[in-house]
Design a protein around this ligand. Structure first.
Ligand code: ADE
Length: 271
């Protein structure tokens, strides 16, 4: 997969040389190319922002440097052997975008080429998305309901979530299908707790069932833990579980978990 990132802070992406992503790059699975947006400005100050039309606080990123940078990156793909028809998928991180989920990560992992345009200030002039929306299948995406100082950290998050899905990046391919939020795997359940050696640490024991060697009982226990954790930490996900997909035991575990949460809530509101 080829990934291009245009930013006024290319140095922000140094972490993409480390660990899993760094190794994927060394092995040729990922081809990440960083670009300085200011290289496509034409004034002495290398200006990329201006005041917003209509007034208001902050600055807006000018459309011209973005368009020149995007056009240059797209043209560089067409110039590569066999790349005449190649076009990247354009991804613009913004808190106003559609939510980035595991489903979206899987969608991006199926693309051969991604181009990220992380903004600083109040965002990029909206005409840039209008210009490339169709031709580059542009996507505005948000990584969560909070506001970062810029889109760069969101790009790091998205690239990591996508890269680990690429064939050959993770040592163990099953890790991907077992993920919390992996479509089809255990519906939308959070993963339960995990343990390793030693069996007793600072007085805390590993749940004995995990040492029993009874594979079916271990699978059942893990599913119970996943159901309980989902009710406790993500009641929105638990409320959306399809009862038709659940067994009788699942429903009992869920009912008990909901009762525990509600009784804690009533204790809290009484106190
Ligand atoms: N830029 C600023 N905040 C963001 C967010 N939550 N998601 C994506 N890009 C952003």
């Amino acid at each position: 997969m080829r990934v291009d990132i245009i930013s006024i802070f290319p140095e922000y992406f140094a972490p993409l040389g480390v660990s899993l992503i760094g190794k994927a790059r060394d092995r040729g699975i990922l081809d990440i190319r960083l670009h300085q947006l200011r290289d496509w400005t034409h004034d002495v100050h290398r200006t990329v922002d201006d005041t917003p039309y209509g007034g208001g606080p902050g600055m807006v990123m000018k459309p011209e440097p973005w368009a020149e940078a995007i056009d240059a990156v797209v043209a560089s793909g067409a110039a590569e052997p066999g790349g005449e028809a190649a076009r990247p998928r354009l991804i613009v991180p913004t808190p106003s975008g559609r939510r980035f989920t595991q489903q979206v990560a899987l969608e991006y992992a199926g693309e051969p080429w991604l181009l990220f345009a992380p903004a600083r200030y109040e965002g990029i002039d909206a005409r840039v998305i209008a210009e490339y929306g169709e031709s580059l299948r542009a996507d505005e995406v948000s990584i969560g309901d909070y506001v970062l100082a810029g889109g760069e950290a969101a790009v790091l998050v998205i690239v990591e979530a996508v890269a680990r899905l690429l064939p050959g990046v993770l040592g163990n391919a099953a890790s991907v299908t077992d993920d919390s939020f992996a479509p089809g795997a255990m519906e939308s359940l959070l993963e339960g707790p995990v343990y390793t050696k030693p069996p007793v640490w600072r007085g805390h024991e590993v749940p004995p069932i995990l040492l029993s060697g009874h594979h079916a009982a271990i699978a059942r226990w893990r599913r119970d833990q996943a159901l309980r954790r989902t009710v406790r930490n993500r009641p929105d996900l638990a409320a959306g579980l399809d009862p038709g997909e659940l067994g009788e035991h699942d429903r009992e575990v869920l009912d008990e978990a909901w009762r525990a949460v509600r009784s804690e809530e009533s204790v809290e509101s009484a106190g």
